[in-house]
Design a binder for this molecule. Structure first.
Ligand code: 4AD
Ligand code: MG
Length: 458
């Protein structure tokens, strides 16, 4: 169907005075005796295009064309809108492509995000979700460009896996055997299952990412990860998109530099490519969003030792729900205090106690901490988790033993330390979390198309 994008008509002067065909859905309609006005949106921009129907001419306004949500094709001439300096269409021919009955859920101008969440197939038609998903697309492209321009190889790591990367017991099982009381033991069950052993959905592509980095030097993954976390928070979903670079010959400071460069790059790109959406989010969801992002782009992130953070938190004049002690895992309230109240910018927390972090992290010389880093940002908390990896086979084996892990399941991974091991580092960025940060959307369920959370799937 030959037609012109509304975005082009509203932004490019060359259409003025010409006849065009536009297609879209009716967002608002006003119909009176002599004139009718329709606001048409085709998803290419947040701006609606005004269609003017002069009833004194022989142009026909077909039945159903003024119903909210109806799909139309309009042929007409682009003219200047004298009231606001933008353009509108003087309609010459209107075709209803798809009618829309009165039970269309978006009759009210503004609906609560909670209400919209109940209808993911409809909410994408609102300006909010149009903006969110366009920004998401632009940011995904920026991530690829950032890594591709720096010579990183994009690898697709398996989604179904036999090994648990994070070891936090949050894996979804993958099985083809339904409910059955035929099996006496778990081993018997899995032996009979599709893969002949226990399998699950991957929580992270890191272990395979390390395999690839040991061959190609610099790699990244960008795909879904799955976590059966029961935590019903505004920043957790069971299926999220994960960006995981892995770099050979890189130590923790190199990794921190890479993460900071990447975050700044994608924010700069977003600000440049999506000014309309940014303005929308600033007005509707987060006052000061633009200044916040400019500040991120223009200043260095803080780097703070975990031990120092604990001291700061202990001295803080605030009552936390969870008590702070050296060795404790930081809760979101602690992370947010550090980044929002103390530093007021993104903070790399480094050198965490080894007990609260994963087996693969490089053990520091103090014997107590590992060369890990989490990037904490105001408003959200952790958006990145990463580390230098333990490159020494014996140290890695002892960490696995201390965590009660079976080395048998990680034989391939251990081979990396046997055959030409090198210092290497990587991190995981939660894609939805960085979108939340850049849009001001307060709930992760509103930055992913079909959010999966505990008790909720469709
Ligand atoms: O900190 P995490 O668990 O680290 C890893 O998975 C490492 N294997 C990454 C690596 O070094 N390659 O997860 C990384 C990031 C978190 O910082 C968070 O942003 C995001 O993934 N994330 C989630 N996002 C949404 N919902 C969830 N349930 C998430 N769990 C983690
Ligand atoms: Mg983490």
């Amino acid at each position: 169907m030959k037609h012109t994008d509304i975005k082009d008509i509203v932004t490019k002067k060359e259409f003025l005075g010409t006849q065009v065909t536009v297609c879209g859905w009716v967002r608002t309609a006003r119909d009176s005796k002599n004139m009718a006005f329709l606001a048409l949106n085709d998803g290419t921009t947040l701006n609606h295009l005004q269609i003017v129907i002069d009833k004194s001419t022989d142009v026909v306004l077909p039945d159903g064309a003024t119903k909210l949500g109806a799909a139309l094709k309009v042929v007409g001439t682009v003219v200047e809108n004298i009231n606001n300096g933008s353009v509108e269409i003087n309609a010459e021919e209107i075709t209803v492509l798809g009618e829309c009955p009165a039970d269309y859920p978006l009759q009210k101008k503004f609906q609560k995000l909670e209400t919209l969440r109940e209808m993911p197939h409809i909410r994408v038609r609102t300006n909010t979700f149009n903006a969110v998903f366009r920004v998401r697309s632009v940011m995904a492209a920026a991530i690829h460009r950032f890594f591709q321009d720096r010579g990183f190889v994009y690898v697709n790591t398996p989604l179904i896996t036999g090994s648990d990367c994070e070891g936090a017991g949050e894996m979804f099982k993958v099985t083809t055997i339904g409910y059955s009381n035929e099996y006496k033991t778990e081993e018997e069950y899995y032996a009979d299952d599709f893969f002949g052993k226990k399998a699950g959905l991957s929580v992270s592509g890191q272990l395979e990412g390390e395999v690839a980095a040991m061959a190609m030097g610099k790699i990244y993954t960008f795909g879904p990860s799955f976590r059966a976390e029961k935590s019903n928070t505004v920043r957790h979903v069971a299926e999220f998109w994960h960006v995981e670079p892995e770099v050979a010959f890189a130590e923790l400071p190199d990794l921190i530099e890479l993460a900071q460069d990447m975050i700044k790059y994608i924010i700069r790109d977003y600000m440049e490519k999506c000014p309309e959406e940014l303005k929308f989010f600033e007005e509707r969801f987060e006052k000061g969003l633009t200044d916040k992002l400019l500040n991120v782009v223009n200043s260095d992130f803080a780097i703070v030792d975990y031990t120092e953070a604990i001291e700061i938190l202990k001295k803080a004049d605030v009552k936390f729900d969870y008590k702070v002690e050296w060795g404790c895992d930081l809760q979101s309230e602690h992370e947010r205090y550090i980044t929002e109240v103390v530093y007021k910018k993104p903070v790399f927390l480094i050198n965490y106690p080894k007990e609260i972090k994963s087996f693969y992290m490089k053990q520091n010389a103090d014997g107590k901490t590992v060369a890990a880093t989490d990037l904490l940002v105001p408003g959200i908390g952790e958006i990145i988790g990463g580390s230098e990896r333990e490159a020494d086979l014996n140290k890695l084996l002892s960490a696995m033993e201390a965590k009660g892990m079976s080395t048998e399941d990680y034989k391939d991974y251990l081979d990396l330390r046997k055959y030409g091991t090198v210092p290497h580092s990587g991190f995981g960025l939660g894609f939805e979390r960085v979108i939340m940060y850049c849009t001001g959307m307060g709930n992760i369920r509103d930055v992913i198309f079909y959010p999966r959370t505990v008790g909720n799937i469709r």
